[in-house]
Design a protein around this ligand. Structure first.
Ligand SMILES: O=C(O)C(=O)C[C@H](O)C(=O)CO
Ligand SMILES: [Zn+2]
Length: 278
């Protein structure tokens, strides 16, 4: 398990490109036949990828969790960013077409990822986001576009996008996780601009559907001391509570955003006016 210890904003000015990427960029999560995870000590989030590649793939328990099974003390949100697949949780089979989001509650013991038997659009690729949980909420599935939709931005500022909230206060219930997907409209490149911070939650973005020859320039850091990460398809960024998070693509793209921390209030954000960015 890839471990990322927590970082103070005072350290940021001293990091070079390699150190920034080591701390905040998570690469190589989607490896055929593997469940790959990274553990950030910011709000003790585990993010990962599971790619069945033609054979059932169980969710292992990682030694670092010191738990009997992965979800013994945790909950998990899963978004399928690949072809149709299934997640079998304690014997119940959930079918996730591309873009579907499944919540698994604390105490779910056996989890197995697989490609859908009739999947014809390439194999399933499951993005995993897990946080500590104090109680067990029921597992629940929501299909792409069936969450709470918000239309954001404007074509004139190249940031027109559709945001879908799946796991949130008025949707699938969870202890900590708030999760959804944002899709940029063709011709729009900016996400989350104007940017924001939320000192009460850590947030991770998984960028996907980024064309192979394109990149997303992801901004992070304190508003008056920003840095950037150049991000490729299916790579994730960890944004500590003190960091803004915004990106501009060289082509349109989508991303899974997911948070955990002190509250689940999506609109509890401190907006950062563009004019104060440095
Ligand atoms: O398109 C956006 O704007 C987002 O998706 C923003 C994220 O949802 C976010 O940062 C929530 O705190
Ligand atoms: Zn945010």
């Amino acid at each position: 398990m890839d471990q990322r210890y927590a970082t103070s904003p005072d350290q940021l000015p001293h990091f070079d490109t390699a150190a920034l990427r080591d701390r905040f960029l998570v690469q190589d999560l989607f490896i055929p036949g593997e469940v790959r995870v990274a553990y950030t000590h910011h709000d003790r989030i585990v993010l990962g990828g599971a790619v069945p590649a033609g054979a059932p793939l169980p969710l292992p328990v990682f030694e670092e969790l010191r738990a009997e099974y992965f979800l013994a003390h945790r909950e998990m949100g899963i978004v399928n960013v690949g072809g149709s697949g299934t997640v079998t949780a304690d014997g119940e089979v959930h079918t996730l077409p591309n873009g579907a989001c499944l919540y698994l509650g604390r105490g779910t013991r056996d989890v197995v990822f697989a490609d859908a038997p009739d999947g014809d659009e390439g194999g399933a690729q499951f993005y995993l986001f897990s946080a500590p949980a104090h109680t067990a909420y029921p597992s629940q599935l929501v299909l792409k576009g069936q969450g709470t939709a918000r239309e954001l931005g404007d074509q004139l500022t190249s940031n027109r996008r559709s945001l879908n909230q799946y796991i949130h206060e008025n949707g699938i219930k969870s202890c900590q996780i708030v999760m959804g997907v944002t899709e940029l409209h063709p011709g729009s490149m900016w996400n989350t601009m104007p940017a924001h911070t939320h000192d009460r939650r850590t947030e991770c973005y998984l960028y996907f559907d980024v064309p192979q020859d394109a990149r997303v320039i992801h901004l992070m850091g304190r508003p008056d001391e920003t840095r950037h990460l150049v991000v490729a398809d299916r790579q994730a960024v960890i944004s500590p509570s003190w960091s803004l998070h915004s990106g501009v693509g060289t082509a349109a793209y989508s991303f899974v955003w997911a948070m955990a921390g002190e509250n689940q209030s999506f609109d509890d954000m401190d907006a950062v006016p563009v004019t104060i960015l440095k």
